[in-house]
Design a protein around this ligand. Structure first.
Ligand SMILES: Cc1cc2nc3c(=O)[nH]c(=O)nc-3n(C[C@H](O)[C@H](O)[C@H](O)COP(=O)(O)OP(=O)(O)OC[C@H]3O[C@@H](n4cnc5c(N)ncnc54)[C@H](O)[C@@H]3O)c2cc1C
Ligand code: SF4
Ligand code: SF4
Ligand code: SF4
Ligand code: FES
Length: 698
């Protein structure tokens, strides 16, 4: 038998006749992606992912099905080949009926595995659910009290009832975990990307400036990767705005302290009362440490923007004093100017400090207020009066009182923020007197401490590459409010998590790429019968209400207002979860390649297939809308000598694999179901009990 000589990517090789290009390339160690090809099976050449270019021949060829020929010159990695593979993947995904992850999960900036931890609560495995939330989130109990629940807007239960109470559930998971002996630690080690399971190299030291949620999350994720984290903070206590902004009736300091202690126990060192720009300089940190993360937040208060603004107390000073020192003296009545979280928090604190009357002046209407409506309702329930369409134009002293001259506003066309622009109503000025005026207009990033450092700044704060959080200075990364301007705690936590990954790559001398996101296919709105698949095993029930401290106590104490879900309520609530997301335990190769090739799953928007699920088989779940017709399962059944087996049924777009003559899956795959799940390159055939959806369906 004469050997065949060919070149693959300019590398000469000789193979036996009948060898496919794919096998020849693999023998040379050249990786070609495959989906429909399974070693030892006949090729179906249906996915075209293994396409290669043959020089001198038109078109591209499926390498799994094309035999090598004498003198062939094969190209496996050109732009043309990559583009063709990308297009093949996009076509395969164009009608895919399935969610890669639960829709809720795509809403959490920090990427909490929501369906998974909820399934553990439902199963009574509270330790595991605590572990999941603690590993994924950093500060899950704190976020479980203050996060504006970005995930809940995307919850599929909204199509039927109110969304799952995801925030309250991860508060429950984290609180329950903390009360269990021994306390779960956020300590599961993260393998460094590309480290290949070898022990971490000698640890590197990172200076983190700012111990708010961004700094704490970065420390958490660096420590878990084997590095040392030293946190510097100007304040005497760690926590940033979670301690010095958000009042303790929303987030008790004991809860925050317990979560910070978990990070301390991992090895974080705190150097408190140390201010960058006063006690040390960025250049010193760069010399002394291997890497730096700047997480200094947005600590500057914006003034009222009118004459006399210096007479007003900045809300951050007022709230900060409450966190740390003797309660501030307000006098009898208080006006707070602003309409966001800070204004609501300051007003509710003023009530608790015994102010006779507390009024909030906001220049737009209730609809435009940049805070959760439940915060507004809570403030009102506690006695705060909110006056809308009012803006300050002057603040004056009047004896021992203050007089705030205001004007009425009306809404005009939208401004840059997309909200209706408030316009003054001519002749509508009026004076409002109060003992104290608190300005809660907004915050800014205080960049004074950075000005001498050559650090590039943006309109909002520190300028970074959003994919990696790298600044223009080598080894210096930044994130959280310091980069975005005033934002949300969960986004600061997400930034810290990303910084942990990027810094780790930097410290190991690797290319800094951050944490590339996997491609996510989401089904979007479901038809009634598709939704019925999810509702099949679910008890319909209304969302669990959060028990609240009685109103009299709320007006007079700083005790926590939201009391937390009981075990029974949390368990009931967890059972409302539909377990959305793909339960493929072996990673789905279609998604892996889609991510690797940077595909846009929405590029060829066609009608997606109907979502259906057959879970009648004891070992596997079959979701035909995810099938790419590779035929591997059909061949597995033949090889196993199944009596019934599987076949392709239907025509055109309706083709699917199924037991012939409507035979059920349990009969079709009596012996080979597990093997079929192994070879199936997508989540079309999945083992039961494997992933999130699987937990629920096992
Ligand atoms: C009153 C109020 C209420 C809020 N309510 C909510 C809410 O309900 N939900 C929500 O999600 N978000 C809320 N936020 C926003 C949230 O708290 C912030 O988005 C988040 O804390 C930002 O985290 P960070 O780590 O980037 O910065 P920060 O939390 O601001 O922490 C920055 C840290 O850096 C330190 N620092 C600053 N400058 C220096 C320096 N030069 N040297 C050393 N240390 C320095 C500070 O002392 C501070 O500890 C609220 C904010 C405020 C002010
Ligand atoms: S942190 Fe916020 S967005 Fe993330 S899961 Fe919790 S409530 Fe949802
Ligand atoms: S039902 Fe459960 S898994 Fe589905 S979106 Fe809601 S929380 Fe997520
Ligand atoms: S169900 Fe069968 S034919 Fe469809 S993708 Fe999976 S293995 Fe291939
Ligand atoms: S066509 Fe070769 S792997 Fe699919």
């Amino acid at each position: 038998m004469t050997a065949i000589n060919l070149t693959i990517d300019n590398r000469p090789t000789s193979v036996a006749p009948g060898t496919t290009i794919l096998a020849a390339a693999r023998a040379l160690g050249i990786a070609i992606p495959t989906l429909c090809y399974v070693e030892g099976f006949e090729h179906s050449a249906s996915c075209f992912l293994c396409a290669v270019k043959l020089e001198g021949r038109p078109n591209l060829w499926p390498s799994c099905a094309t035999p090598a020929a004498e003198g062939m010159k094969v190209v496996t990695g050109s732009d043309e080949v990559r583009d063709a593979r990308k297009t093949s993947l996009e076509l395969l995904l164009s009608d895919h009926a399935g969610d890669c992850v639960g829709p809720c999960r795509t809403g959490c900036p920090a990427g909490l595995d929501i369906p998974n931890f909820i399934a553990r609560i439902s199963a009574g495995d509270h330790r595991k659910s605590a572990e999941i939330v603690t590993d994924d989130l950093t500060l899950p109990a704190s976020l479980g009290r203050v996060c504006p629940r970005l995930c809940e807007e995307r919850c599929r239960q909204c199509e039927v009832e109110e969304s799952l109470s995801i925030r309250n559930l991860h508060r429950f998971a984290a609180d329950t975990g903390r009360s269990m002996p021994p306390v779960p630690q956020p300590n599961s080690v993260i393998k460094s990307e590309g480290a290949g399971g070898t022990p971490a190299p000698p640890c590197k030291r990172v200076a983190i400036v700012g111990s708010g949620p961004a700094g704490l999350a970065a420390a958490h994720h660096l420590l878990r990767r084997g590095h040392a984290a030293v946190l510097f903070d100007a304040h005497p206590q760690p926590g940033g705005m979670l301690r010095y902004g958000i009042p303790s009736f929303r987030l008790p300091h004991a809860v925050l302290d317990a979560e910070i202690n978990m990070i301390r126990q991992l090895g974080a060192e705190f150097r408190l009362g140390k201010r960058l720009g006063r006690d040390f300089a960025l250049d010193e940190l760069r010399r002394e440490f291997d890497g730096v993360f700047l997480a200094i937040g947005a600590q500057g208060s914006k003034g009222l923007g009118c004459p006399g603004e210096e007479l007003a107390t900045p809300a951050l000073d007022f709230l900060g004093q409450l966190a740390d020192g003797p309660p501030p003296v307000l006098g009898g009545d208080v006006i707070i100017v602003g309409g966001g979280n800070t204004a609501m928090d300051a007003s509710r604190c003023a009530v608790r400090l015994g102010a006779k009357s507390v009024r909030v002046f906001y220049r737009r209407t209730r609809r435009e207020m940049p805070c959760l409506m439940e915060e507004v309702e809570a403030a009102e329930a506690e006695g705060v009066r909110i006056e809308y369409l009012v803006a300050p134009i002057r603040l004056e002293r009047k004896g021992d009182r203050l007089s705030l001259i205001c004007q009425r506003m009306e809404l005009g066309s939208p401004d840059a923020s997309g909200r209706a622009r408030p316009m003054p109503v001519p002749g509508s000025e009026f004076a409002a007197e109060a003992a104290s005026v608190i300005s809660a207009i907004g915050q800014s990033v205080d960049v004074n401490s950075l000005e001498a450092s050559q650090l590039a700044l943006s309109k909002w704060g520190i300028s970074v590459d959003p994919k990696t959080l790298a600044t223009n200075l080598p080894g210096v990364f930044a994130g959280g409010d310091a980069v975005t301007g005033p934002d949300l705690a969960v986004r600061a936590v997400a930034a810290g998590k990303l910084a942990g990954a990027s810094l780790d790559q930097y410290l190991r001398g690797k290319k800094v790429i951050g944490t590339p996101q996997s491609v996510n296919v989401l089904m979007g709105k479901l038809s009634e019968d598709e939704l019925a698949v999810f509702l099949r095993d679910i008890e319909q029930a209304p969302r669990a209400p959060m028990p609240q401290l009685e109103i009299d106590k709320r007006r007079t104490t700083f005790e926590e207002v939201e009391l937390g879900l009981s075990l029974q309520a949390a368990t009931r609530e967890s059972r409302r979860c539909l377990g959305c997301g793909c339960g493929k335990s072996i990673p789905c190769r279609l998604r892996q390649f889609a991510t690797e090739y940077g595909v846009d799953p929405g590029r060829f928007v066609g009608e997606r297939r109907h979502f259906a699920r057959d879970d009648s088989h004891p070992d596997i779940i079959f979701e035909p809308g995810k099938c790419i017709m590779c035929g591997a399962c059909v061949q597995v059944a033949v090889q196993a000598g199944e009596e019934t087996g599987l076949a392709f049924i239907g025509r055109g777009f309706q083709v699917t694999v199924a037991g012939p003559f409507d035979r059920p899956m349990a009969e079709a795959l009596r012996k080979s179901a597990k093997r079929a799940a192994e070879v199936c390159p997508t989540g079309a055939i999945m083992l039961k009990g494997a992933g999130c959806a699987g937990c629920r369906l096992a």
